[in-house]
Design a protein around this ligand. Structure first.
Ligand code: G3H
Ligand code: ZN
Length: 283
């Protein structure tokens, strides 16, 4: 069933488990996520990044996501990931997304507050949940790149002020993760997560969660993270399965034969994550 981001994340926040938000770009990825969620009886968030919207088109993403959500036996939210401008967020709401992110983290604090507030006002009026971001998460996701030297951790006091001003539903915080494939070992600031969790009573979001050790993800959830964003790990599972298939059967030209193992490979990874996050059995 299609639900808002809030319906999923408030339960996770209150009960202290994590919910995966997986990036979608095509039908096979959507199907892999939904099959994994149904088999583990897990709530789940389908999300589309800037690159995902550009690749598939907003209509395809919205209709695929809503169809999958409506037919699913588990709660599913359809979410805009890293929305960068007001008009695009409005377009996603118009197309039926049940949750949106406005990422003003590159702006000055007051400008980030202003754009987030504007989105919250409209989104809440039509029952759509809003995620914002404060602090700068390093790495690259599609068109958005933040240099390691420019990455800055979220300040707890500032986060409190930001949430009071904006009334946003969930907050992405910068605590040591980075988008994309890690060069070195990620070093998470669990104390900072705990402090922010104690100061704010809203679900916190961990971006750049691919490649982070399972124990660290579990620790981050215990410290107060409710939403865990995964993209790169799905890309790796998808392309890994295709490479393997074509290595064994290089002459095969049937897209269905090539994409089936990719869907299966992603589903396996997603199911494992749902168990680690603690969302399995919570639907
Ligand atoms: O917004 C999406 C995520 O933060 C994905 O990050 O590709 O490192 O898993 P990732
Ligand atoms: Zn992200």
């Amino acid at each position: 069933m299609l639900v808002t981001g809030n319906e999923i994340l408030q339960d996770a926040h209150r009960k202290g488990y994590g919910v995966g938000a997986f990036n979608v770009n095509n039908m096979e990825i959507v199907q892999a996520i939904i099959e994994a969620a149904e088999e583990t009886n897990s709530p789940v968030i389908l999300q589309a990044s800037q690159g995902g919207l550009k690749y598939a088109g907003i209509e395809y993403v919205a209709e695929l996501g809503k169809l999958a959500a409506r037919n699913a036996r588990v709660p599913v939210a359809v979410h805009l990931d890293h929305g960068t401008d007001f008009a695009q967020v409005m377009l996603c709401i118009r197309h039926g997304f049940s949750s949106v992110m406005i990422d003003g983290s590159q702006l000055e604090l007051e400008d980030n507050i202003a754009i987030t507030k504007k989105v919250v006002e409209v989104a809440h009026a039509v029952g759509v949940s809003v995620e914002a971001e404060l602090g700068k998460i390093g790495g690259t996701e599609d068109d958005i790149t933040v240099d390691e030297k420019d990455a800055t951790f979220t300040d707890p006091e500032e986060a409190k002020y930001f949430v009071e001003q904006t009334r946003v539903d969930s907050l992405a915080i910068a605590v040591g993760t980075a988008h994309g494939v890690y060069q070195g070992e990620p070093n998470l600031d669990f104390d900072r997560i705990k402090t922010i969790r104690e100061m704010l009573d809203i679900p916190l979001v961990l971006h750049g969660s691919s490649g982070v050790a399972d124990e660290d993800i579990e620790k981050a959830i215990s410290a107060g993270i409710s939403k865990i964003n995964i993209d790169t790990d799905l890309r790796i599972a998808f392309t890994g399965a295709i490479k393997q298939f074509l290595k064994e059967d290089p002459e095969n030209i049937d897209p269905r034969k090539i994409l089936s193992p990719a869907r299966k490979g992603m589903k396996k990874v997603i199911m494992e994550k749902m168990k680690i996050f603690g969302s399995a059995g919570r639907a």
